[in-house]
Design a protein around this ligand. Sequence first.
Ligand code: PGA
Length: 253
Amino acid sequence: MAVRRPLVVGNWKMNGLLADGVARVRDLCTRVVAEPPPCDVLVCPPATLIAPVAEALRGSPVLWGGQDCHAEDKGAFTGDVAVAMLADLGCRAVIVGHSERRRDHGETDAIVCAKAAAAHRAGLIAIVCVGESLADRDAGCSEAVVGGQVSGSLPQGASGANTVIAYEPVWAIGTGRIASAEQIAAMHRHLRGLVRARIGCGAGDMRLLYGGSVSAANAAEILRIAEVDGALVGGASLKINDFLAICRSCVAA
Ligand code: PGA
């Protein structure tokens, strides 16, 4: 049986200025070193804070990554960030296809797939986000929608070593509304089957995260569900006590 080390990702979204962002990771790092949680810990600050966060975390067990990247390696793409720039700052991973980017920037599965491929070229882990809307869920087509996103967003060569899938039902993000344990378990079983069909041997190595209103209060229940290998955490990742409590709720592989 595959042994997947749990992963907890803090997605700060568009939050944090220099002083408070650096103070937050210093605090996180000190406490992770003092009492290591049973998981990999990764923070994804906004692009402006990646360099100072990298400076503060270099050599520590806490990893850092980007929230987005461009699919092209460089060029005339004003405002965008290339994967080589992230790798240059020591990033280990990049989130692609977050539902806020799919919604606000018109990112399709094909764009997400190209971004994930770019991440792989740069040696970064692509954290590929998928998730259904409330209308999809109410219409009973969550599994079909997520299945389509997985097949359209995972690039050739995706493996457990270079790709993580984050299942985030759109209706659970930032709403305080959490999917039930049964809903999460069913979707993660479905995802494992999709990954198995897609990459076959080694499918058991790919980590599948849950995201959407994960908190210190609900993390233990979510993280003990079979096939849930960690969490993608938004709001609660800005509060170190809460974020660490989530990390410590992981069940060691
Ligand atoms: P949330 O965000 O934890 O604030 O719901 C999760 C995410 O969007 O990654």
